[in-house]
Design a protein around this ligand. Sequence first.
Ligand SMILES: C[S@@+](CC[C@H](N)C(=O)[O-])C[C@H]1O[C@@H](n2cnc3c(N)ncnc32)[C@H](O)[C@@H]1O
Length: 215
Amino acid sequence: MKKRTIIVDKIKRGHYLYFFYYYLYTLCMDRHIAGTYKYNRSLNKLIYNNERGASPVQSASYRVLDVLLPELEIGDGDIFVDVGSGWGRLLGYLFIKGKKCRKYYGIELNSEAADLSKKILRNYDQVKIINGDATKVIINDATVYFLFSPFDRNIMELWIKHIENTHSYVKVYYLHAIHEEAFANKSKWRIIKRKVLRPKYHIPVTLCVYEYGNR
Ligand SMILES: C[S@@+](CC[C@H](N)C(=O)[O-])C[C@H]1O[C@@H](n2cnc3c(N)ncnc32)[C@H](O)[C@@H]1O
């Protein structure tokens, strides 16, 4: 088959157009969140952590966030915590998309990411970034926690214990739930939803939603 025909064929399938659309969408959204070119570039930066069990600092892709958004049942009565908030993309995204909560926290272990996201989100009301370890930071009034695969199984067990010791009720959204078994067989935790999200041209991503304790 002629080269030109192959290219036309692929464009017809929408593959390249889709990726080009998300390339532009990512630039615009990051620019909207971060405001300046300097910060804008940083939302895509990948850095590794030295702490054992900690995932790298890496923003969630908008292709994933766009399929996640309808699943998030949060509102102005909620105090939302992004566990491992990275560069702050998720928190900024929720603002832009109008998912308004009473207050937002980001807990970020990596001090470079925490410091920069504090600057990036400085104009967002009700957002507070805390540089610390989510297995130790206490946010007493939190009602919803969001985790995008921030740590390994051992740290997940520590985090679950920490939540049990500091809250009587919370809802947890666990995206890319590779350690979902950590929540199994725990009498006070209930799974209320398990859904495999399928962003286009992307690996499937499991979302688990849990409730802990009683309201
Ligand atoms: C995949 S990134 C999540 C990015 C962000 N939630 C977003 O959607 O843009 C995971 C983050 O968890 C952070 N992290 C890892 N262990 C942590 C811990 N114990 N406490 C707080 N943050 C942690 C990492 O530094 C990294 O930034």
